[in-house]
Design a protein around this ligand. Structure first.
Ligand SMILES: Cc1ncc(COP(=O)(O)O)c(C=O)c1O
Length: 335
């Protein structure tokens, strides 16, 4: 069986987890602090500008809370993981769904000017980054759950808007033991608010908070994975380019190549016969999927024609660091 996706874990993650277990200290502590600091270094942020939390969805919710999304009109794509809808609802925001671009899974940004929008959550889907530099006036939460390590104009994504969020779910680009997330910002005031909101113990000011703390076990594994991330991304790029040499893969447009540096979270094939390809691969025990199915669209398909078209013309192929060249060749030959 060749799975569609798989975390890449080995002895170093085991040893890191073992160290935490033997220390007897499991709840948020030094490992979490180290993970936050190293994530800041990775992005080129000053220390203490990142807050580790329980998941990418928790990170999104906290970012929306910090930007006071309650009763505000919050724009996000109809073609996306439903996490965004849940986070916006939890934060009390009013959802404004937008369509994708014609040949990209990402938002058509021109809609940001047409709609009455107070803030926007903008994901870089499948690792394909968006340049947000012409939308400086709108408060933006940059959703980098699928794009850790992608770059715009030579800088890592996550700092183009007011707040950036990341996910370390098991099958994301790196994981912190299956679940986890990070909130980052250049704005120290916002980050301090979010850090304060993450836990409620030992505070005597009657403010309402919640528990979004990451554990030491999660952080210890996240730290190892963060150090391995450049190798993970390199291997993903090799696999993507191997598919791309003969298949019609979804990528950034040629004109964007100077400015945008994608990473390969998903290897998405454009095709008019997605089910035929998925069935053919399944007959050889290879799992491919439609990355976002028609029923997963967050709005009525008639209002989001580009997003709907994507649900009919895409297949996501296996891509993860431990996938062998031999298996990539088998997949290519079958398509
Ligand atoms: C674009 C996007 N944003 C946010 C999330 C939520 O992350 P998590 O699963 O860590 O809650 C996900 C994914 O699963 C995602 O794909």
């Amino acid at each position: 069986m060749i799975p569609h996706n798989k975390p890449t874990l080995d002895i170093e993650e085991e040893q890191a987890a073992q160290k935490v277990i033997r220390s007897g200290w499991l709840t948020q502590g030094r490992e979490v602090e180290n993970f936050e600091r190293e994530f800041c270094h990775f992005l080129g942020l000053p220390d203490e500008h990142a807050v580790a939390v329980t998941s990418g969805t928790a990170a999104l919710f906290m970012a929306l809370w910090a930007l006071k999304a309650s009763k505000k009109r919050v724009a996000f794509p109809a073609y996306v993981c439903s996490s965004l809808r849940h986070a916006v609802a939890m934060a009390g925001g009013v959802e404004v769904l937008l369509d994708s671009s014609v040949n990209s899974p990402n938002l058509n940004l021109s809609q940001l000017e047409q709609e009455r929008i107070d803030l926007a959550v903008i994901p870089h889907l499948y690792g394909l980054p968006l340049d947000l530099s012409s939308h400086k006036d709108l408060p933006i939460i940059e959703d980098c759950a699928q794009a850790t390590g992608a770059k715009v104009s030579g800088k890592f994504v996550g700092l183009q808007g007011k707040i950036g969020i990341f996910s370390f779910y098991a099958t994301k680009l790196m994981t912190s033991a299956g679940q986890g997330g990070m909130v980052v910002s250049n704005d120290r005031g916002l980050i301090d608010m979010i850090r304060d909101y993450r836990e409620f113990d030992c505070r005597n000011d009657q403010k309402r908070r919640f528990n979004f703390q990451m554990t030491e076990l999660q952080a210890s594994i996240g730290l190892v994975q963060l150090r391995k991330l450049p190798d993970f991304l390199r291997r993903r790029e090799e696999i993507f380019q191997s598919y791309n040499s003969i298949l019609n893969m979804m990528d950034i447009s040629k004109k964007d190549k100077l400015n945008l540096k994608p990473i390969r979270y998903r290897a998405v094939l454009r095709t008019n016969n997605p089910h035929q390809i998925i069935n053919k691969l399944a007959s050889k025990k290879i799992k491919a999927i439609i990355p976002i199915e028609e029923w997963e669209l967050l709005g009525d398909k008639s209002f989001f024609p580009n997003a709907h078209n994507l649900t009919q013309t895409t297949v996501s192929l296996p891509i993860y660091p431990s996938l062998t060249d031999k298996n990539v060749d088998i997949i290519k030959q079958l398509i």
